[in-house]
Design a protein around this ligand. Structure first.
Ligand code: FAD
Ligand code: DLZ
Ligand code: SF4
Length: 512
């Protein structure tokens, strides 16, 4: 064997740099299902099953192209338990001249890989991952010397670089960003096409049985499993989204409806993140829909911004700021996660709905992650690292490079403002305006304090009060702090006491 090429579970792309010069006659591809990767956090059952099944199908795809694939299943009696140990086993069996790998998406594994040359005593070539638009060097260059890393400016660079929605040097439609036309509240639409669930094939069914047997105590249920696990299936879902949902993407982006967990979201992050779909190709396809007049610019621009803007930007911030970023805790929050994060057993209808859907589908859409679970974690002062692990665990699209900045930065403001200029803190009024959750809730969103008050209301003001030293100087919070100061002392005291009572019950493990 000339090269041993290790392909990771989120590297299922034929264009991978590690495969670029691969010679099926002389090289062997190694793929391994290992306990270490499945349990460094206790991933949702559907997430593990999705990745293993997609890996098995990708191995078949490579074999179809003539590659010799050494595929190690989790239940292989010789399975060594970690990627490093599986490389060692393959090196001993095949005696390659070198190991080739594309860089890992997560810091944890990348650090380990950097030691492999030393550990294994043979050349280990780590190649860049060019499935992103913006390289590490390019992002560092963009960030250098800037006082603030404003996503919107980074996004414009990516628009210029790709030419997406550009008319020469000018943005299509004369503006870079059409969000002012997006973000309408929820209203049910019975005509919205239903989402297609991909029926598990024999390979997936075998994986589902194995995952149920091996990870019975991980969160989630498998009977709802309907993920695409091949490139062709993922492409079919992409087409269906572009056809049926993209035109309404902007309008319903921030809406939440108890009867519809998916609204007009893409449900494509899973496939983009493991390499079954190419982010730029998805954006070009979306642009085409606009050019053909089948979706308005506000929808298409908003969608493309999420991918070439936010997705690239959070990856840039991750590699710029790690490893210290992971431990950020600007607001010094320390509360443990309540048990209902794993059971959905809470009387707060918004949280029980979002967490229940997370258990069912290993998915929640952006505004649910940000303004329901994330907002609660922020207001209740939950420990950022515990919140981070939960998000990494429960969502099938979660890898640390994309999850951590969204959680630590965007949602919890634990980075003190690297990613956003103010915390996304909101009272119950926001959730009530954007969703229909409050209608069935035991709490009353209109009640501010005392018995039956919506916990988001009391926690919101208590959060501002509690963090006054750190946040009152933030000019984007000037208005709420002015409102707080204008309240009577009795009113402020009522907020503090209601919040303290709620948090005490939370800490005691009582049902809230
Ligand atoms: P859509 O809403 O339809 O958006 C289209 C695409 O844009 C997505 O597929 C995704 O590739 C990209 N995108 C949108 N928003 C973001 C964003 N903020 N950051 C990066 N990419 C984005 N996304 C992940 O892929 N993995 C995560 O682990 C993850 N954790 C998150 C945690 C929190 C607290 C928050 C607030 C957001 C998180 N996101 C994460 C971003 C976003 O919520 C998901 O990408 C999105 O919900 C995926 O569903 P979708 O494909 O239906 O996305
Ligand atoms: C997430 C994941 C899981 C659950 N299992 C595996 C696995 O068994 N083998 C593998 O190669 N990759 C797996 N992955 C994806 C890796 O964790 C991912 O490649 C790293 O976190 C780097 O992004
Ligand atoms: Fe959530 Fe408060 Fe509305 Fe209940 S009343 S659903 S707790 S925002």
């Amino acid at each position: 064997t000339r090269h041993l090429i290790l392909v990771l579970g989120d590297q299922l792309s034929l264009t991978l740099t590690s495969l670029a010069d691969a010679d099926p006659a002389r090289d062997v591809v190694l793929m391994a299902e290992v306990l270490q990767e499945a349990t460094y956090v206790r991933h949702h059952k559907q997430k593990i099953a999705f990745i293993f099944s997609a890996m098995r199908h990708f191995a078949d795809e490579l074999r179809g192209k003539g590659f010799d694939v050494r595929y190690v299943t989790l239940d292989d009696p010789d399975n060594a338990g970690s990627l490093g140990a599986e490389v060692v086993r393959a090196v001993e069996a095949l005696r390659p001249q070198a190991v080739i790998v594309t860089e890992a998406g997560e810091w944890r594994l990348m650090e380990e890989m950097r030691g492999w040359r030393q550990d294994f005593g043979l050349p280990v070539e780590i190649r860049p991952d060019d499935r992103f638009l913006c390289s590490h060097a390019e992002f560092r260059h963009w960030a250098a010397g800037r006082r603030e890393l404003t996503m919107e400016f980074f996004y414009r660079e990516m628009r210029r670089k790709t030419g997406l929605l550009m008319e020469g040097e000018q943005p299509a439609g004369g503006r870079w960003n059409f969000d002012a036309e997006n973000r309408k509240p929820a209203s049910p639409d019975l005509l919205r096409p239903k989402r297609r669930r991909i029926e598990p094939d024999a390979v997936t069914r075998a994986v589902l049985a194995m995952v149920e047997a091996r990870f019975p105590d991980h969160i989630g249920r498998l009977d709802h499993f309907g993920f695409a696990v091949t490139r062709a299936e993922a492409e079919a879902l992409q087409e269906a989204f572009l056809e049926n949902h993209l035109s309404q993407f902007g309008a319903t982006q921030d809406a939440m409806l108890a009867s519809d967990p998916f609204l007009n979201h893409a449900l494509l992050s899973f496939y983009i993140n493991i390499g079954l779909l190419d982010p730029l190709a998805v954006c070009r396809a979306a642009e085409r829909v606009w050019l053909e007049g089948r979706a308005p610019l506000n929808a298409v621009e908003g969608f493309i911004r999420q991918i070439i803007g936010w997705r690239e930007y959070v990856r840039g911030v991750y590699w710029l700021k790690m490893p210290a970023y992971r431990d950020s805790n600007f607001l010094e929050a320390s509360r443990a996660l309540p048990a209902f994060f794993w059971t959905a057993q809470t009387d707060m209808a918004c949280l029980s709905t979002v967490i229940g859907e997370t258990i069912d589908h290993a998915y929640a859409h952006h505004i649910q992650r940000l303004m329901v679970t994330g907002n609660f974690a922020l207001l209740a002062g939950l420990l950022p690292q515990a919140v981070h692990e939960w998000y990494l665990e429960v969502y099938a699209d979660a890898y640390e490079w994309v999850e951590l900045p969204n959680v630590i930065g965007m949602s919890l403001f634990a980075d003190g403002g690297v990613l956003g200029s103010k915390p996304y803190a909101a009272s119950g009024n926001y959730i009530s305006k954007m969703s229909d959750y409050c209608r069935t809730c035991r709490y009353d969103v209109k009640v501010k304090t005392g018995e039956g008050a919506c916990p988001f209301n009391t926690l919101y003001w208590d959060f501002l009060d509690r963090n006054g030293e750190k946040l009152a100087g933030n000019h984007r919070l000037a208005q709420p702090y002015a409102t707080w100061r204008r309240m009577s002392e009795a009113q402020r005291q009522a907020y503090r006491q209601s919040a303290a009572r709620f948090l005490a019950r939370l800490d005691a493990g009582e049902r809230v």
